[in-house]
Design a protein around this ligand. Structure first.
Ligand SMILES: *Cc1c(COP(=O)(O)O)cnc(C)c1O
Length: 454
């Protein structure tokens, strides 16, 4: 039996797949928070290059991947698909488990799939500098690499607490040539305002976004980039699922269930949307399952409403499953999953019952991550352990029922720069999370008054 299935570079998909073309209910438009009117493409022009704005609102089924982007993708794409034979044996399950491994990319996660595309379109439109925010550092690293490929300056606002606790991510970004500033910084009005009140502020993703946006809008040749949530980001990630379908074809297999962790939704969309196309157009019936942390359960406990994409309220209002933009997730190590909302596309699909979601506690996830490391030899990113924990549940269920089942999951990143998380787990410092009664409803009450009908 083949352990890993490679594709030739010539097998790499030539187009990204746009789920909007096949959605029975199209996504609702983003709204201006003041007028509650739909936001037009021109409103986004100070932040993003026009080609990305076009992709953001496109309903074309397939969008061509530029040759220059495919050329850079070749550094790590097509990424391998593995049969998790070691994990199957450890679990003694009749289930077949496959994983798509995105940890082979330059930054160690799926994020360069969109970072390279975004840097390319910025370069084409004469942009000289891109600003962004990063929490744990995965996105900042991916964008730094992509900017280095195109000779664009990259300026990263890194949440202060991560900047201090995760020095290796910062050094990776510096190695790719990016400037990294702890946020809040004294470079922006937003940062100075926070520091004025609290010089020791540990920062937040919301503040870092505000700083990056402020720097971008001041200069015509500086733009801003986001690593998740937006339609064009999810679009770029669909290369993952398209490759997986081809690789499973070579293996003579097809999944019953496709699993991925969900922070904003980009790696989940990346692997799941091409299979959803098979469901919607080709009569397949694959279960598509997003896994979120129990400490940030927007899909399973949030509500579908208009809300801001950021804490500060700079973005348009987006229709999404949300816990409220002021929701403060617990400081779990899966930093990429600590986001109050889900992307518009994933939210609409969940509302329409076309995808499923489950929330898991972090201790079960780390336990699963360690099992995976021992049996398959790769230490997963804390985010990725969420998918693995659900895979183990499905495989154990298959064993109980004595049923064959084919499981595919997105191994969206390795955890080599997250050793502190594993150490905290081994030292018993991590806990599960429960909410007080009504705690999750508070943030929602606040945003009810912002709804367009209100
Ligand atoms: C950023 C990140 C995530 C969460 O973001 P999505 O857009 O939901 O994919 C998950 N895993 C890893 C490894 C990440 O870097």
């Amino acid at each position: 039996m083949q352990k890993k299935i490679f594709l030739n570079e010539s097998d790499m998909p030539t187009h990204w797949y746009n789920i909007v073309a096949d959605m029975p209910n199209k996504p609702l438009p983003p709204l201006n928070p003041k007028t509650k009117q739909p936001v037009g493409p021109e409103d986004l022009a100070p932040l993003f290059p026009m080609e990305l704005i076009k992709q953001e609102v496109s309903a074309e089924r397939y969008i061509e991947i530029p040759d220059e982007v495919r050329e850079i993708y070749k550094i790590w794409r097509p990424s391998p698909l593995f049969r998790a034979t070691g994990l199957e044996k450890m679990l003694d399950t009749p289930a077949k488990i496959y994983y798509k491994y995105e940890g082979v990319s330059p930054s160690g996660s799926h994020k360069p799939n969109t970072a390279v595309a975004q840097a390319y379109y910025n370069k084409m439109e004469g942009v000289k500098k891109i600003t962004t925010e990063t929490g744990a550092g995965q996105w900042g690293t991916a964008l730094s690499f992509a900017c280095a490929q195109f000779g664009i300056e990259c300026e990263v606002y890194m949440v202060r607490v991560s900047y201090d606790q995760k020095p290796y991510r910062k050094i990776m970004m510096n190695t790719f040539g990016a400037s990294v500033y702890p946020s809040p910084s004294n470079r922006t009005n937003a940062g100075r305002a926070i520091l004025g009140k609290n010089p020791d502020s540990s920062g937040s993703l919301g503040i870092a976004i505000s700083e990056a946006i402020e720097m971008a809008v001041q200069n015509d040749t500086t733009k801003y980039a986001l690593g998740s949530v937006l339609n064009h980001v999810l679009l770029h990630q669909t290369i993952i699922g398209q490759e997986s379908i081809k690789q499973l074809e070579y293996a003579g297999d097809y999944p019953d269930v496709v699993i991925a962790p969900l922070g904003g939704g980009s790696n989940f969309a990346g692997i799941a949307f091409p299979f959803l196309h098979d469901n919607l157009v080709n009569g397949k019936n694959v279960r598509l399952l997003a896994v979120e942390p129990a400490s940030c359960p927007k899909l399973t406990q949030g509500e579908f409403m208009y809300d801001f994409g950021d804490t500060a309220g700079y973005t348009p209002l987006l229709p999404m499953y949300t816990l409220g933009h002021n929701f403060q997730p617990a400081a779990i190590h899966a930093g990429g999953l600590r986001y109050h909302g889900a992307s518009v596309l994933c939210s609409q699909l969940l509302k329409d019952g076309l995808i499923d979601a489950v929330a898991l506690q972090q201790l079960e996830c780390f336990e699963a991550g360690v099992k995976f490391a021992k049996s398959e030899g790769v230490i997963p990113a804390p985010e990725a352990t969420h998918g693995i924990a659900q895979v183990i549940r499905e495989a154990e269920q298959a064993k109980k029922e004595g049923r064959e089942k084919t499981i595919l999951f997105n191994m969206c990143g390795h955890g080599f720069v997250d050793m502190q998380a594993y150490n905290d787990y081994f030292e018993g410092k991590l806990t599960n999370h429960t909410f007080g009664e009504n705690e999750l409803k508070e943030g929602l009450t606040e945003i009810r008054s912002m709804q367009p009908s209100a």
